[in-house]
Design a protein around this ligand. Sequence first.
Ligand code: FAD
Ligand code: 2HG
Ligand code: ZN
Length: 472
Amino acid sequence: MSDFLPEARALLGEANVLTVDLAAYATDWRGKFTGVPLAVLRPADTAQVAATVKLCAIHGVAIVPQGGNTGMCGGATPDGSGQQVVLSLSRLNRVRNIDPLNNTMTVEAGCVLQTLQELATEHDRLFPLSLGAEGSCQIGGNIATNAGGVQVLRYGNTRDLVLGLEVVLADGQVLNLLRALRKDNTGYDLKHLFIGSEGTLGIVTAAVLKLFPAPHASAVAFAAFQTPQQALQLLGLMRGALGDRFTAFELMSDASLGLVRQYFPATPALFAETHPWHVLMQATDPGADDGAQVALDTSFQAALEQALETGVIDDVVVATSVAQAEELWAVRENISEAQQHDGHNIKHDIAVPVSSVAAFIEEVQPLLHAAYTGVRPVVYGHLGDGNLHFNVSRPPGWSTPDWQGESDRVNAIVLDVVARLQGSFSAEHGLGQLKKHEMALYKTPLEIEVMRRVKQALDPQGLMNPGKLLPV
Ligand code: FAD
Ligand code: 2HG
Ligand code: ZN
């Protein structure tokens, strides 16, 4: 071990083996987990990643891959031993190829998501992965967590957007799966093992990503109504009217909007009265002529009028400009940060069948209120995918440590209902350190056993992000 750091310096250069001022790498975005890295290693390319991983294997040093460090579950944070290295992918930020005819781009893992969205736009294409952290999260992190975001309804999760992958395996070999093919049935599709594996099986160094026609026409609206059941009715109505042009359907409770208004005071007041529930909806069309926009507006407005007339919604604001659409989206995107400013909350990132979302909310809220007087569930998320962020803020009078101490009890209340509804305890953020214990409660022993066999086969020394994803 004593030779490890000098050898790493010889390999990567003095400036890319950091051992001081590591705070930004040692704590997660939420400030919930803090570790003690032995060092932060910053390779420049795939060859350097491979050589670094080989060096770690020789010295028995565990590796914690880190992208933009925006993950919600402490997956990119090392433990407190001072023996694990953080492997930052930030310098692998080249675009290797863009092929508009094939509708693909081949990019390195450290590319920031927003720069890839912008690159696609420059080529009159869409890269549809979109989430609040897009200005700092990296595509490697998105792939490692199989990130979701606000356009899954139309385009799917990150997994659905990846055609090919380049991965450095635990022994330092480079597994080249960088094929830009939409059809390829030549054995097991190995890339899917690494997508969503949170750095526990290998290091993603590059990917071939799917592109789509750029949306030229767009319609955005913010609706208010009384019950989660009405949200489901509205979803059915809008999808019926817009089909595949319908791209986003984001639910927000009034408490979620209250936090945004409190911590982002410039947030516009959208409705004269308060309403318990809201959704933000978007439809797009690739058609570039005026006719496409008119046709989209006509279907969108007609569906909204029907929703108003039949009492499905109480009120609606339809964006009349790009700036107003962005303003409406900012309300939704700022919820996570607003709740972060508000102090510790017990996060749940659950999925149930879309048809069961209202039942889930109606069942779980009374249970929580019965257990904790004044408890504040902050409910929002990707209703169109059946995925809710059911983040429980502490009741008045509770200290942060006391509320943190209630996590197991609150989790049991929420996640037992999820399990009864055949749902998932983690829809998009992954498990990291935060939710790996739930595996043992809500996955079958055989599922866990098969995962362990995969882990053992690919990482026999147990050096790839140990202590994450799998229960101890
Ligand atoms: P990191 O946090 O650095 O790492 C996440 C995990 O991936 C860790 O386990 C890490 O070890 C591993 N990892 C990172 N890079 C690699 C690599 N190259 N190879 C192998 N393993 C790697 N998530 C959603 O799904 N949907 C949302 O809507 C959403 N909204 C968010 C909004 C905000 C404001 C914030 C702060 C986060 C949000 N997230 C969301 C969570 C987060 O942004 C995603 O999980 C994102 O995909 C993480 O990317 P990252 O580069 O920051 O990864
Ligand atoms: C979102 O949809 C993110 O805004 C973050 O997934 C959710 O902070 C959260 O719990
Ligand atoms: Zn989300």
